[in-house]
Design a protein around this ligand. Structure first.
Ligand SMILES: Cc1cc2nc3c(=O)[nH]c(=O)nc-3n(C[C@H](O)[C@H](O)[C@H](O)COP(=O)(O)O)c2cc1C
Length: 225
């Protein structure tokens, strides 16, 4: 069986932000023939300054260069942070249209700490607000679903959305799909639950379809928007 391979491109830490577009282009040129689709990651909080590339002018340049090189060969998507405001998301959606992107991945990890039960880390004694890095998993779930719903509404469901953020169960996947996601991804859930999580999610989704009288998962997309 052949599986599609997606390749996620992020700027190298040592490349200055002014040269970001050329860095993405260099990576794309090297990997162009290896992947079935490509994702422009401008939303990781772990590379200093990377998220500033979500700014419309910067992203416009990156997407312009990549699509020129790509010449319509491979689907190109952009992956966004959950911490953007509505205006910034609208700007990115406009760029998705201008540059004929195949879709958007929502979302990367969050830098917000407000939904956490743990406020201080026992191991370091430090407040979590003082720690660097992004939060994934359960504390992110709701925010990422809200972003998916917003994108689906703003694009009237015309832009494919890959939903990611806090999916552990079929219920979580269903929430993302009915908010507007055409596909879902898992990262943290995989660590906590292991590979059988996928089986449980698929079985659960099949039951959901039956319970809602739907013949195909496609019919569930955006049903709760
Ligand atoms: C340890 C770790 C490393 C990650 N590395 C990347 C990365 O290199 N590129 C990227 O786009 N997202 C990266 N992510 C974000 C995940 O792909 C995902 O968008 C996010 O964690 C939310 O999904 P989850 O709650 O299922 O983990 C990383 C997340 C974690 C926890």
């Amino acid at each position: 069986m052949r599986f599609p391979l997606g390749i996620n491109l992020g700027k190298s830490k040592v490349t200055p932000l002014e040269s970001a577009a050329e860095d993405y282009l260099g990576s794309f040129r090297l990997l162009q023939n290896c992947g079935n689709y490509f994702v422009v990651n401008v939303s990781s909080p772990n590379t200093p300054g990377l998220r500033s590339l979500q700014d419309a002018d910067q992203l416009d340049r990156i997407l312009g260069l990549l699509q020129q090189e790509n010449a319509g060969q491979k689907p190109l998507l952009v992956k966004i942070a959950p911490d953007l405001d509505e205006g910034a998301i609208a700007d990115i959606l406009a760029l998705c249209q201008t540059h004929h992107l195949a879709g958007i991945i929502a979302t990367n990890t969050t830098v917000q700490r407000d939904r956490l039960h743990t406020q201080r880390l026992a191991t370091t004694g430090k407040l979590l607000t003082e720690e660097a890095g992004g939060i994934s998993g359960a504390p992110l779930r709701q925010r990422s679903t809200e972003i998916i719903r917003l994108i689906y509404q703003k694009t009237s469901g015309t832009l494919p959305i890959i939903g990611v953020g806090g999916i552990f169960t079929a219920e979580d996947a269903w929430e993302k799909i009915t908010a507007g996601a055409s596909l879902v991804q898992v990262y943290t859930g995989w660590f906590y639950e292991g590979p059988w999580m996928v089986r449980r999610i698929l079985d659960g989704l099949a039951q959901k379809l039956e319970a809602h009288g739907l013949s195909h998962i496609e019919r569930a997309i955006g049903q709760n928007t």
